[in-house]
Design a protein around this ligand. Sequence first.
Ligand code: AMP
Length: 419
Amino acid sequence: MPAIDNFNFSGKKAIIRVDFNVPLNDKFEVTDDTRIKAALPTIKKVINDGGSAIIMSHLGRPKGKTNPDFSLGHIKGHLAKLLGVDVQFASNCVGAEAEEKAAGLKAGEVLLLENLRYHLEEEGKAKVAEGASEEEAKAAKAEMKEKQQAFSKALAGLADVYVNDAFGTAHRAHASTAVIADFFDADSKMFGYLIESEVTSLDKVLKSPQRPMTAIMGGAKVSTKITIIENMLDNVDNLIVGGGMIFTFVKAMGGQIGSSLCEDDYLELAKGIINKAKEKGVNLIIASDCVAADKFDANANTKVVASGEIEPEWLGLDVGPDTISTFKEVIGNSGTILWNGPAGVFEMEKFAAGTKAIGDAVVEATKKGAFSLVGGGDSVAAVNKFGIAEGVSYISTAGGALLEYLEGKELPGIKAIRG
Ligand code: AMP
């Protein structure tokens, strides 16, 4: 697998899988172009070398149907502006129009293909009718697999080289993220700059962290983070738990959590994690105090209470000042920091202090030489909200793919290229 920086795209057509699954407003304007910006270095490398770029992505969930609401045409103008070159568009990612336009591309030109997910073959999920027999289900799956191969081959046929720069979908074994790679030989497929830097940065955190290593896990639910937390216990010195998931742990320890978010099905697992952390000598930090509110509302009445002494009807929506000082101290002494998920409902001013304090502490530690990686949609949103993106070492734009990597899984999009 060549490294993109060493590859010369001159005279080559490169099909690049990017993640342009960006939010649009009701006028179909891009409201957050972080993901588009993240793909620019790869696209620019191709065109600056004198190659041409054929860009493919999904947008939303059109479920195999052509639906103008999910057209990548909405993004074309924004991309052209950011790239500073004209962008051509093919209204179907495969077929005659795409083939003609791809064939006609000259050095330095860019072609954006319509949404890959207008075709069910992209995701390759077979439609199995309700009540279908095992045989029928098997046949439907085999048929879809064949169709997916043909679809992947058609995409591959548009180009000489395949570049995957969509870390956001690297955990999916889809046509454009994995299957297509089979139609290119080993020296004609590679990672784009984004995936390359994601993988390098994540490996710095997961495989060779500078100690002490601290993971900050926040967000709403334990259920979505449990596997990562378990995997982290083998890697970290400190594990900070923030966000709504605090209260599943607090309840598991016998605390009164009022109406705070809690997943009762996970109480035993939470207890297990507390015990495992002890066994492994991991410093597990669960908020000792919190900002409780009388309702889930930006203007709620609030008070600081111990996390295990929340009155009925009240709910913990941020960590409290004692917890913030503990977080600051631990983060400040870390050599490597992984931050995934907010400490509270940071979208509301009254419950943003914990998340902001984590952000500031991460920036301070980074200044002192720590390597910090922030990942997961909401932590990135928080970092952007507080304007501290410049102060962390690396920001991962991926959601699910990052989580699966952190869980210790091998990602199909990475494997398809790296082998
Ligand atoms: P996740 O997508 O699981 O990372 O969760 C992020 C969301 O968790 C954010 O929108 C936060 O507002 C929310 N959140 C953080 N802390 C709490 C809390 N204590 N109670 C309810 N929601 C929370």
